[in-house]
Design a protein around this ligand. Structure first.
Ligand SMILES: [Zn+2]
Ligand SMILES: [Zn+2]
Length: 293
């Protein structure tokens, strides 16, 4: 699928908006009362998470989360074991929509997908799904699952700076596609603490510029706190860069278990505040909503 821009600004294929560098869309809706949000959560349909949908939601309610989104690993004809299947896609969407209705007086449930950026495997059924948002994530470099402990040995065979460069080049291409709303765990490549000799800001800058141009939102993802690197994605340094480029942010715990729902939220808030952010973004039907936190 090739995107085509009409009037220079709108992607004809997906309706995604494309903005000149540094200029972000006026949000479709702006809330003034502070809210707690968590847009990145998985379900058992990806075969590497535990807990029922209701248990995730009940935990989110218990934590006082106002806007809670499921973003299951989207179907793809690659690495099919660890994602929802095309066959179950409808059931996943229906289940989250039913929960949205069922819990509407207690919490605002949103429906999304976390989509792998893997050129040659992108699928219109996912990219044009009727959901609230799409998170674009790079988990694979030329089909190497660099964040999977199973393939950690491959790091030994590679030049770390080259891997980091390739990773951010992939993120840049993903942003340029215009297909996604949120960048998932922007510096995931750091998770096993293989750190480059080159300044990370230099490596990440072209990707951040592409994100700023695309109007995408950066996710402050607390899953990094659970990894060897023990640090939120993105790092403070990169978040400062993002702030200077006017890139909006959102929050996600990347929960794959009930205990991970909303985990590290206070850390995420503190980091965002200290960098200068006062608002975060949620999405409803692919439209941006600004929320105080
Ligand atoms: Zn996962
Ligand atoms: Zn991910």
């Amino acid at each position: 699928m090739r995107k085509r821009w009409v009037h220079g600004l709108i992607c004809e294929a997906t309706g995604a908006k494309y903005y000149p560098i540094g200029i972000h869309p006026l949000p479709n809706l702006r809330y003034t009362t502070p809210m707690k949000i968590d847009l990145h959560n998985h379900t058992t349909r990806c075969n590497h998470a535990t807990g029922t949908l209701d248990a995730y939601i009940e935990r989110a309610i218990e934590l006082g989360i106002d806007v809670y989104g499921f973003s299951e690993h989207a179907p793809m004809d690659f690495d099919e074991t660890y994602r929802v299947s095309f066959a179950d896609r409808g059931a996943y969407e229906a289940e989250v929509r039913a929960a949205r209705k069922h819990y509407r007086d207690r919490i605002d449930i949103r429906l999304g997908y976390e989509v792998d950026w893997l050129p040659g495997h992108m699928d219109d059924r996912v990219l044009q799904a009727d959901v609230d948002y799409l998170i674009g994530s790079v988990h694979f470099l030329e089909k190497w699952g660099f964040d999977n402990p199973e393939f950690i040995g491959e790091w030994e065979a590679r030049d770390i700076d080259t891997v980091w460069g390739d990773y951010f080049t992939a993120v840049e291409a993903m942003a340029e596609s215009g297909w996604f709303d949120i960048v998932g765990h922007f510096d995931l490549i750091k998770l096993f603490k293989h750190l480059p000799a080159t300044d990370i800001r230099t490596l990440a800058r072209p990707a951040l510029s592409a994100i700023a141009r695309s109007g995408m939102v950066l996710e402050i993802n607390t899953a990094g706190l659970r990894k060897l690197v023990a640090e939120i994605y993105p790092s403070r340094t990169l978040l400062e860069e993002a702030f200077s480029l006017n890139i909006p942010v959102t929050f996600g715990s990347d929960a794959h278990a009930i205990t991970q729902v909303g985990a590290g939220y206070d850390h995420a808030i503190a980091l965002a505040q200290s960098v200068g952010y006062t608002e975060v973004v949620t999405f409803r039907k692919r439209k941006m909503q600004m929320v105080k936190f």
